[in-house]
Ligand binder design. Sequence first.
Ligand SMILES: Nc1ncnc2c1ncn2[C@@H]1O[C@H](COP(=O)(O)OP(=O)(O)OP(=O)(O)O)[C@@H](O)[C@H]1O
Ligand SMILES: [Mg+2]
Length: 507
Amino acid sequence: MTESPNAFEMRGIVKRFPRVMANDHVDFACRPGEVHALLGENGAGKSTLMNVLAGLYRPEAGEIFVGGQRVAFRSPQDAIAHGIGMVHQHFMLVATHSVAENMVLGLNRPRFFLNLSRVEEQVTALGEQYGLTVNPRAKIWELSVGEQQRVEVLKMLFRGAKILILDEPTAVLTPQEVETLFHTLRDMTKRGHTIVFISHKLDEVVAISDRVTVMRRGKVTAAHVPSRETTKAQLAKLMVGREILFQIEKKKAQPGKVVLLVEHLYADNDRGLPALRDLSLQVRAGEILGIAGVAGNGQRELAEVLTGLRHAVGGKMMFGDIPLDRHTSWLNLGQKLAHIPEDRAAVGSVPGLSVAENLILKCFHRPPIAAGWSINRAAVHQNAVRLVGEYQITMPSVDTPARMLSGGNLQKVILARETSGHPELMIAVHPTRGLDVGATEAVQNILIRQRDAGAAILLISEDLDELLSLTYRLAVIYEGRLVGEMPTKDAEIHTVGLMMAGTKVDA
Ligand SMILES: Nc1ncnc2c1ncn2[C@@H]1O[C@H](COP(=O)(O)OP(=O)(O)OP(=O)(O)O)[C@@H](O)[C@H]1O
Ligand SMILES: [Mg+2]
């Protein structure tokens, strides 16, 4: 075992949750200065294993060694004291504080607060060293998602992390931001830092990592495979146990009549600031219109206004010949309008309800589910069993609470509910974000099937590959405006990436 403080080894790690063995005697180790990718399908146990390494979870069994020494972490502070820091997929920054303040929050060393300008200097110096430029005085809420991620990485470096765990760091970045991040990662490894990189994007994994370890159902199925000696297809097979095509089979779209018409739409965000400014678009039956953009440019507000969760402050929306406005009865639109929301846990599902109950949230007021004043339990159960089979949802039983499902399976529950009623219009927001290759393929096929059945689909996504492979037309949203719209066959990934970042491009 290496004595370098930048190397670690986990042996026989066991971590159980109710009904799930999340880590079943897992061995995992990293050499100093490598980028080690950790792969696996949704629910395989990757985040759990890294939460153990980062001191957030305590394992029921197993040992951890850092630099050859046995360690036991009681908290993330213990882990960072041994040089291990984790950047979680959901950032843990305090929005109303500055970058520099976030560096020292939770450090339990009040004297730091007295010398914030010293911290600011250090942040600037670290930023220059690693190509992570960010204004140390900026408040977190003023920063883009890409910048916030830089702050998370800086925070770990500031606290002395030598081993950095990144849990799906590229899910929310533009192609250009991914490049910048990869530069930083290479700088870090040159300085001896070790990086654990979790991602479902296999092209990136092959590009950035030195070695790969794959998990399946709580166990390691392939350990320390040199990335150079493997391919995307092989990795996918190791992850999900079957071949993945990486290409959705689809016919050419046959757009029909306009189903959704939006003209000069204006809306405000939660802070009362303009989020949508004079936005106009049309989606026709049988086509998928893609909206590309970096998170925070109005996508959420657009989806909310279109699904009745937020009021517009100006403009006009028509769903066929039904006006969508303050007088619309959204409940009556029911299954005609499908919504795959960004926030699956909070908006898309009710975590405490069972899978079967989550599947009827949109049709509980109609027969056969409604029986007079009550709910027909047998029909609820039958409906669930049918959809679980049709959409290949994996879980212990239809009575399992939604909160216990892995990301991919929860997403399939929402899709099953939203698409089983044959919607005319579908608003899908990041429908495959964070899903493994197998679940992504399943979800994309469901969207294409809906399109072919005549649904008009508005697909809001940050994943350019996905937009390019699924859509018929593509528009880019930037600061609440649509900047450029093109037939997808003419779209070029680099140009679209620049437009997403607000650069004016002559098309
Ligand atoms: N806090 C928890 N309580 C109960 N079960 C949990 C909890 N966290 C994770 N699980 C379960 O443990 C298993 C492993 O989850 P984990 O989050 O580690 O998967 P993952 O490999 O990171 O998946 P993904 O790619 O979807 O992020 C899953 O079955 C999940 O449902
Ligand atoms: Mg995870």
